[in-house]
Design a protein around this ligand. Structure first.
Ligand code: ADP
Ligand code: ZN
Ligand code: ZN
Length: 732
């Protein structure tokens, strides 16, 4: 009997699959998505069966056999979806599939796969199935279990053509089969959601819920545009409840789980059903368990960050993407997907609705709703009885400033503290000072490995590069002129904290940035103190701009808006506007009204003017018009081919050849470059890029499909590190 040929995706950075032979005993149909253990070179890897092949380009004699069939296949819906995603993002299929698996299922070492698994006992392995003549089903089951040496799980057993439970029980009684580690999963039996008390929705919320609810049985994308505090989360909760009542699952994507404990606790308080929360604190077994529970319909609510999009869903009903504009939905390395965009693709394939919510929708999503692709729903009032914050520009030109704070703002802080309210100061620059400068000759201490300045960190007395992590002691004297007067210029959060401590010695000041929250639990503690009102002044970077309500904050100061007004990145104005509105939204919820002060040297700047006087929607409209004139996304599609190496000529040479490969595709696409990246040297490597632009997404995809999979054949390709970024978020 000849063995079947299987096309298998193996987790290696190559744009192809590999042929292997199925185990000879394997006579039945082979399910695509099945995990297999294969020998690849001198490594053992976990691959995924893509299909059965009639023939192979490799002589059959040379094909290796699959070592082992493994439990927990990738469900076919997920497999097909990931194949689409890998192709769209031009990522090697084996790596993309691997990325979507929980870590334990990626490991060749199978010992860890604990689950609802049934495996043969030693006696079971020795038992000849043909001897079980009186029970053909038991014999067949035994045969399958002998094939799947690592064990079979429910999903795989369900693929058998008969009800396997009775047969399995009989085999268990005969001690031919044993059940591996009992997981908690079995304890979570479906129960009716008992639903915690909920507020009565206002009219806008009601109509939002009604619109989405009317589409629960088919695909439709919704953009829920509601100012912070307008009750978007409440809308989610009501819809999830409806989905629960029809026994279906809701998948909720959130930007960064550590920053959204409030959202999660609201879900937990509302529903007394198990909720799978996929966050970075889970260990590998917990992650696998959540994956299985979602697959086996044992949880109906799944909340997680971008990678949770790849959770298998037994009975999907709704996908929600909260804060859809957030940049953390884009993975910035390896498999560079955009989870919000992919959520749309998955919802479409599952034929279920997608609800995207934001106070500051991305220009892409606004464009899509203009085009009628998304249904736009607005919430314009704050829910409950909170008032929207009052936002003002503070012109600091020629005004006395100390350590980045104008006297006027300091006075406002003083008043706020006297009223026993909280202050939030937003400064998106951590460390003490962003540069060390020689007072005599102007020398600025550079990073030896990057085109960047080193940041001074006072607490640890270190100069540190925020791009490559390089650290060194601050020098005693200037290496250029030997002058000893080296000064720290610019303000970072650490310096601001020190200064505030000196002028408000009695205030409890809490700095929240990645330096102060890297230890486990420290962020939670700081957030708890902020909520309880223990902290008087919060100083934060962008970490504080997201998803958090600080009900006691009545004054927000935004200190460094000017830097982002003049960035070369075409997305910078959008990010800045979103960040400003998001930070402003942190203030004055509940019963206290809030005030937001933006310090600037450019109070006349049109962007700030539009944003403040006419709001985010007006800003977005203007920004979209600018994008259209410049033919930037969403009016065109971009792909960015990046290459880097320790010598500059290598990436240039590589990209020049790539340019040649792409040229036949012109004029359907336009090519720009190769150019040096905005930061040409980082971590000792020279970085260049080639920008590929097209007005048609399909045309762009066609050209990429022709060229990208063959880039590794270019001369010198093995000397550069290259990557392709579809719909890049940043040009860095
Ligand atoms: P968003 O997600 O848009 O920021 P939330 O759903 O968090 O808004 O609502 C803001 C606050 O208003 C929350 O404290 C929430 O409990 C409350 N809230 C929301 N909807 C209502 C309502 N219909 N009646 C009373 N309070 C509400
Ligand atoms: Zn000097
Ligand atoms: Zn560096």
């Amino acid at each position: 009997m000849t063995a079947k040929i299987l096309k298998i995706a193996v987790p290696v950075p190559l744009y192809k699959c590999f042929d292997y032979l199925a185990p000879v005993e394997c006579t039945g149909p082979i399910i695509a998505g099945t995990r297999v253990l294969v020998q690849f070179g001198n490594r053992q890897l976990v691959g995924i069966i893509i299909s059965e092949q009639a023939s192979s380009d490799v002589p059959v004699k040379k094909l290796k056999a699959v070592r082992q069939l493994l439990p927990h296949p990738l469900p076919s819906e997920l497999l097909n979806f990931l194949q689409w995603a890998a192709s769209y993002y031009q990522h090697p299929i084996g790596e993309a599939l691997n990325h979507a698996l929980p870590a334990i299922l990626r490991q060749a070492d199978q010992k860890q796969v604990l689950a609802n698994l049934w495996q043969l006992t030693a006696v079971g392995f020795a038992q000849n199935p043909d001897e079980l003549t009186r029970s053909p089903r038991q014999a067949e089951l035994l045969r399958q279990l002998q094939l799947y040496k690592g064990g079979m799980d429910k999903a795989q057993l369900d693929l058998l053509s008969f009800n396997w439970r009775d047969s399995l029980r009989s085999l268990e009684k005969k001690q031919l089969v044993k059940r591996l580690t009992q997981s908690q999963a079995s304890a979570l039996i479906q129960c009716q959601p008992s639903i915690g008390c909920k507020p009565i929705l206002n009219e806008q919320q009601q109509s939002a819920v009604a619109s989405v609810a009317a589409s629960l049985d088919h695909y439709q994308a919704f953009l829920l545009e509601g100012i912070t505090g307008s009750g978007k989360t409440e809308v989610y909760l009501h819809l999830v409840e409806q989905v629960l009542l029809s026994n279906k699952q809701s998948l909720i994507l959130v930007p960064e789980i550590n920053l959204t404990p409030q959202l999660i606790s609201r879900f937990k308080e509302r529903f007394s059903v198990p909720i799978a929360v996929l966050h970075s604190g889970l260990n590998n077994s917990q992650r696998l368990l959540a994956w299985q529970q979602a697959r086996d319909n044992q949880v109906n609510i799944i909340i997680g960050t971008r990678s949770a999009l790849f959770t298998p869903l037994a009975n999907p009903g709704l996908i929600i993407v909260d804060e859809e504009h957030d940049s953390s939905y884009k993975q910035q390395d390896n498999f560079r997907y955009q989870a919000r965009d992919l959520a749309l693709v998955r919802a479409k394939r599952l034929d279920i609705p997608l609800l995207m919510g934001s106070a500051t929708p991305s220009l892409e999503s606004l464009f899509n709703s203009q085009q009628g692709r998304y249904q736009r729903i607005k919430l314009t009032q704050r829910a409950g009885n909170a008032n929207p914050p009052n936002i003002q520009l503070l012109d600091v030109r020629r005004k006395p400033m100390q350590e980045g704070l104008s006297d006027h703002l300091v006075e406002l802080i003083r008043q706020t503290l006297e009223q026993k309210s909280q202050v939030l100061l937003f400064l998106n620059r951590r460390g003490y000072a962003p540069a060390l400068l020689c007072h005599d000759c102007g020398w600025v201490m550079p990073c030896p490995r990057c085109d960047a300045k080193l940041t001074y960190h006072h607490q640890r007395t270190l100069m540190r590069c925020h791009h490559c992590g390089h650290e060194t002691r601050p020098p005693k004297r200037c290496p250029e002129c030997q002058c000893e007067e080296l000064i720290n210029i610019g303000i970072g959060t650490e310096r601001l904290e020190k200064y505030l401590n000196s002028i408000f010695p009695d205030a409890d000041i809490s700095r929240i940035d990645s330096d102060t929250t890297s230890r486990k639990g420290s962020l939670d503690k700081k957030l708890a103190d902020a909520h309880s009102g223990k902290s008087d002044i919060l100083i934060g970077t962008q970490m504080l701009a997201k998803g958090h309500d600080f009900p006691h904050v009545t004054l927000v100061g935004i200190l460094d808006v000017d830097g982002s007004l003049f960035s070369s990145d075409f997305r910078a104005p959008e990010f800045m506007a979103q960040q400003l509105i998001q930070v402003a939204g942190r203030a004055g919820r509940a019963d206290k009204s809030g005030r937001v002060i933006i310090q600037t040297h450019h109070p006349e700047h049109p962007l700030l003017q539009t944003l403040l006087h006419h709001g985010y929607p007006a800003f977005a409209k203007e920004a979209l018009e600018e994008r259209q004139q410049a033919c930037f996304p969403p009016y065109s599609s971009l792909a960015l081919l990046r290459a880097e190496a320790t010598q500059a000529y290598l990436p240039v040479q590589f990209l020049e050849q790539a340019f040649e490969r792409f040229s036949p595709c012109q004029p359907k696409i336009e090519l720009f470059g190769p150019f040096p990246s905005p930061m040409e040297r980082r971590a000792g490597r020279y970085r260049y890029q080639l920008l590929i632009q097209a007005t048609s997404r399909a045309a762009l995809q066609q050209c990429l499909n022709k060229v990208i999979p063959h880039l590794n054949d270019l001369a010198g390709a093995n000397k550069v590190r290259w990557s392709i970024d579809i719909d890049p978020q940043s040009m860095l």
